[in-house]
Design a protein around this ligand. Sequence first.
Ligand SMILES: [Zn+2]
Ligand SMILES: [Zn+2]
Length: 346
Amino acid sequence: MRAPVFHGVGQPLRVETVSDPEPGPTGLVLAVRNCGICGSDLHASEITDDTGGMRPLRPGTIMGHEFAGEVMAVGSAVAGRFRVGDRVTALPFIACGSCVACLNGQGHRCPAVVSGGFGRIPGAYAEYVRTGVHETLPLPPEVDWRAGALVEPLAVGLHTVDRARLQPGESALVVGAGPIGLAVSLWCRFMGAGHVIVSDLSRERAERSARMGATGIIHAAKEDVVAAFKRQCGRRPDVVFDCVGVPGSQQLAMDYAPTNGRVVVAGVCMQPDRILPLKAITKELDVRYVFGYGKRDFEVTIDMLARGRVDASALLGDTVGFAAFPAAFEALRKDKSRVKVMLEPD
Ligand SMILES: [Zn+2]
Ligand SMILES: [Zn+2]
């Protein structure tokens, strides 16, 4: 099969012919229909040592963990669970399916889990990808391929809002209007937030959030964020979401929060960061962190997309084939204004 392959930091991906995946006894092979480019892939392809908490990618890695596809092969031990031709998406890892974590839908906490798209098992920047039978979920006909490839980032947003314990009528400040900030905005609105204000240094990015649940925006390059929030909502936010994940962004979220406020950190910072604990202490902030999602987050996201209860189409950007993919991937490093760029294998 063809796949854009990582060879080293500073080198564009190279589209090559590699061996086709096999389902193994308990897996599936999908023909990838769409796979989104994630900020984590850009990050992962830039790191040179493990000081930030993530191992550098090995040469030969096939990335891609936000995908939808069609079942092409079903492992012999799980025949009957899926049929060739089924439309599906999958959580991007393979776990044992039988431990306590797996049975609770927390496969990413399984002691035997192997993650897909960062080197352990090949990801979905490819014609075909192997998935686990326990991680694969059917896509109803109402969820098209591109929406199917958005389920993963939307599930991150859903889990993030879940971690915030948002109550109906509360106000939320979402810092950062990248794909995760937009997904968080969407679910805040869905969960009944009174105000969902999205701030970003780029006005263009912030404005896109109006189609993803935001009730107001703040252009953080030009406005004082707290003053602008108070002007729109009358007081500080009940919950502040850090959806940026760079050094300093957690401190900013703490600065924006009120006394007794909640801060939810969804942005993944992979460098040492400094915070001033006294700020969080004197406000008695509740700070919560987010990692991934459970299977239930995928199931709820698929169901809400299928029934038209959420519309994530504002997340969709360009769709590219293999030939244009390496350049599109590189372009995203510089131009952060784009939303989801998707591979569509040709
Ligand atoms: Zn991702
Ligand atoms: Zn397990």
